[in-house]
Write a protein that binds this ligand. Structure first.
Ligand code: Y12
Ligand code: CO
Length: 174
């Protein structure tokens, strides 16, 4: 499967993803293609809409203490429903669809997630720390929300200016 990361300001990223209904070979092929894209681009989370597919599919692999992302730590989350959001935390986030930009974002500290795995089995997890932040960031993608939408208006204006400049430079070198 030849997938490419969709980058801001592509309007595709604003689409609302739909629930997965068929847990078939097509879904497995997509999941198997999303994982290496995420790992090879130093990502820790990726939503299907970031590769142009508007379905409620997330892959995550939170680095361990050595900074490794072994395949056994891969988490595939389909049709997630978040609940029991509690507390508050701040983390400097980045996004594969918004390259070269990082900013402090407030999130809930603890969340619970009901979801399905690649075979359609119902699963449940409770998360805190980086996993909780990453799931909330990826879940937002399913609703067409980007972390830059959470910036103050002055910070957002600064971002738009810097990002435009970065895209211009990129165009020159390509
Ligand atoms: C905490 C904060 C954000 C998340 C969401 C998942 N975000 C990522 O996985 C971001 C990855 C990322 C990787 C980059 O490196 C490359 O593209 C090679 C990167 O650097 C550049 O764009 C130059 C930026 C972001 C989870 C938890
Ligand atoms: Co993102």
């Amino acid at each position: 499967m030849n997938l490419k990361i969709v980058e801001y300001p592509d309007k595709k990223l604003r689409e609302t993803s739909v629930k997965v209904e068929k847990f078939d070979d097509n879904l497995h092929q997509l999941l198997d293609a999303m994982n290496p894209i995420m790992i090879n681009t130093n990502g820790i989370g990726l939503a299907a809409i970031q590769v142009g597919i508007a379905k409620e599919i997330l892959v995550l692999n939170i680095p361990d203490e050595e900074g490794e992302q072994p395949p056994e730590n891969l988490l595939e989350i389909i049709n997630p429903v978040l609940s029991d959001m509690k507390g508050e935390t701040t983390y400097q986030e980045g996004c594969l669809s918004v390259p070269s930009f990082y900013e402090d974002i407030n999130r809930f500290e603890f969340i619970s997630v009901n979801y399905q795995d690649r075979d359609g089995n119902t699963q449940y997890l409770e998360a805190d720390g980086l996993l909780s932040i990453a799931i909330q960031h990826e879940y937002d993608h399913l609703k067409g929300i980007l972390f830059i939408d959470k910036l103050t208006s002055s910070r957002r204006r600064k971002f738009e200016k810097e990002y435009k400049k970065m895209l211009k430079e990129k165009k020159k070198t390509n």
